[in-house]
Design a binder for this molecule. Structure first.
Ligand code: FEO
Length: 391
């Protein structure tokens, strides 16, 4: 494997804050008839990819390059590989051909592989399985039968830079970190397409593979008992299973009036043995959207409390709400709390956004700055429902 440990990217996809970094994992199968490369590195790393490749292999020996997914964190070094060896045949979904030609202005020898098609090369059998919408339409995975190895690109991928290659080699602390990084990657990148994850997991299970190793193109690798564990974890994420009682609070507060309400809520929950995850946008802090999604994804209860700004929802909260309705399951219990000074419709605006997207377990409470005590009974009633597990 050629792994690039990317400590430089601060915002993955230009969007998701990842202080933990990310890796790009490119895999090489050595056969008697030549090398098969599975995915490459990010576009800006093309020259480095070839340099690293050449330390271990002769690029002239590459017979096939399998592109599982055309997002440029994996396909970006393809033109450098092709420039070093134009005889390489690129294998991928039929949709990938047009993307390669457009993204990188190259015209490689391209062979579209069909779903469940197999390639025999140098004593190995590689099966290609289309996995549409994980998370682009052209995504596919490969299974090397003789190695019992599933190469999955983004699927089962995680943020973070592991100290060792396989999960079972990491300390308990690092394994816990990678459990979170997988959820965060899923919530940020894959979660929008969770129905397709369910369909594709079912498809993979019906393909009668005998997988002993899973090699994602980001983060840590899985083998042995961790294979079944990570598949089950993905299934739970895709089906929207929640962590019972998990409660996340996201709030925006301009001058502290919303914070007063949030402090009362936290105190109430903690008195009842629930420790909520709290992300506040204030004049002192600005939490990461990537972490908010990661925490909200498995929460049972989501409390959004917002200030009103120019008679509408405070802008960061509008953005967060729009992201949440796209990325998290609609089965959550939602409590929207909106504070206003001279007037406005932040509560109604947020309510409409969630209802349009199919969220049904939803309550809205509005109050004027300084008057949070006036609506406390309503808030307490809703929190008590959360505690009883029937938000
Ligand atoms: Fe890691 Fe969708 O690319």
């Amino acid at each position: 494997m050629l792994q690039y440990k990317d400590h430089e990217t601060k915002y993955f996809e230009g969007l998701w804050h990842i202080p933990e970094g990310v890796t790009y994992n490119s895999f090489i199968l050595e056969t008697k008839e030549g090398l098969v490369v599975f995915d490459t590195w990010k576009r800006s790393l093309g020259r480095l990819y070839i340099d690293e490749f050449s330390k271990h292999f002769d690029v002239r020996d590459v017979k096939y390059l399998v592109t599982h997914h055309m997002e440029p964190d994996h396909s970006g070094s393809i033109p450098h590989l092709l420039a070093s060896n134009p005889r390489i045949t690129v294998l991928g979904h039929a949709l990938s051909k047009g993307m390669i030609e457009s993204f990188y202005q190259v015209k490689p020898v391209f062979k579209a592989v069909k779903d469940e098609e197999a390639l025999r090369i140098g004593g190995f059998t590689i099966r290609f399985i289309h996995t549409p919408w994980l998370h682009w339409p052209e995504t596919m995975i490969s299974y090397v039968e003789e190695e019992r190895t599933l190469l999955t690109c983004d699927v089962f991928g995680s943020y973070g830079i592991p100290s060792k290659l396989y999960l079972d080699e990491l300390s308990v602390k690092e394994q816990t970190d990678f459990s979170h990084y997988l959820i965060k990657y899923f919530a940020n990148i894959i979660g929008h397409f969770r129905d397709w994850v369910v369909k594709n997991l079912e498809k993979i299970s019906q393909s009668n593979l005998n997988v002993s190793t899973i090699l994602p193109a980001h983060g840590v690798l899985y083998r042995g008992e961790d294979v079944a564990r990570v598949i089950e974890k993905y299934r739970r994420l895709a089906t929207g299973e929640t962590v019972p009682g998990k409660t996340i609070i996201v709030y925006t507060s301009m001058y502290g009036f919303v914070s007063d309400m949030i402090n009362a809520i936290i105190e109430f929950l903690e008195r009842n043995s629930v420790k909520p995850v709290v992300h506040g946008f204030t004049d002192k802090e600005r939490p990461d959207l990537s972490e908010i999604l990661a925490e909200a994804y498995q929460a049972e209860n989501v409390i959004l409390a917002t200030a009103t700004y120019e008679a509408k929802t405070f802008p960061p909260m509008k953005h967060i709400a729009e992201l949440l309705i796209e990325k998290i399951p609609a089965s959550k219990n939602i409590l929207i709390i909106a504070l206003y000074g001279w007037g406005g419709k932040a509560g109604a605006e947020l309510e409409e956004l969630f209802i349009k997207q199919g969220f049904k377990n939803l309550d809205v409470i509005e109050f004027r700055a300084g008057q949070h005590q006036a609506v406390w009974r309503q808030v307490e009633e809703k929190l008590s429902k959360f505690l009883r597990g029937n938000g």
